[in-house]
Design a protein around this ligand. Structure first.
Ligand code: AMP
Length: 203
């Protein structure tokens, strides 16, 4: 099972991906988490990525494609994986298909989390306030100004991938504004229909 969780920043992709990892035992691949780990480790990739990420822009395709290419051959990806925050450009989507093709694998579903973008900024502000209240550090790109730039990058560079996946009949739309459990239930319904061969109902 190879899934792509698709949607703007703060749509809840990370939360759902984590749950899918726990429930189905598939690996959770978040390029954002991997880049933040590279920054924390002080690697060359991390140094290059930090300025770009702090500005709310996209890290170059070759960097993130390289990170994913290295990761999907790991043992924990054999059963499947859920991609969270990748692909973010059409070039990344095509590179992903090419690398999976070579391994006789392919993306199963692209789960599009439909959200009200006007409400996302408030969600980000809430997330930052919660983190601060817990005494945790707030991500430097979770400020309202940088979040606006991340949203713009999504609308201008990431959303244009959708026709590509529509052409492959892989998009499954879900209501991302529901509470976490409601969103999870919609994803589970897609996956259980896949097992019983009814997934075309979601095309
Ligand atoms: P995220 O945690 O998915 O919101 O990602 C945080 C930041 O990491 C993004 O705003 C980008 O700067 C960078 N990033 C993560 N994934 C990608 C990707 N697939 N392509 C380009 N940049 C990425």
């Amino acid at each position: 099972m190879i899934l792509v969780l698709f949607g703007p920043p703060a749509a809840g992709k990370g939360t759902q991906a984590k749950r899918l990892h726990e429930k189905y035992g598939i690996a959770h691949l978040s390029t954002g988490d991997m880049l933040r780990a590279a920054i924390a480790a002080g690697t060359e990739v991390g140094r290059k990525a930090k300025t770009i990420m702090d500005a709310g822009a996209l890290v170059p395709d070759d960097v993130v494609v390289g990170i994913i290419a290295d990761r999907i051959d790991d043992k924990d990806c054999a059963k499947g994986f859920v991609l969270d925050g990748f692909p973010r450009t059409l070039a990344q989507a095509k590179a992903l298909d090419a690398m999976l093709d070579g391994k006789k694998r392919s993306v199963g579903h692209v789960i599009l989390m439909e959200v009200d973008q006007a409400k996302l900024t408030a969600r980000v502000e809430g997330r930052a306030a919660d983190a601060r209240a817990r005494g945790e550090e707030v991500r430097p790109d979770d400020t309202p100004e940088t979040f606006k730039k991340r949203l713009k990058a999504y609308n201008e560079q990431t959303a244009p991938i959708l026709p590509y996946y529509e052409g492959q009949e892989k998009i499954r739309r879900i209501d991302g504004m529901q509470p976490i459990e409601g969103v999870a239930a919609q994803i589970d319904a897609i996956l259980s229909d896949e097992k019983s061969g009814k997934s075309r109902a979601y095309l």
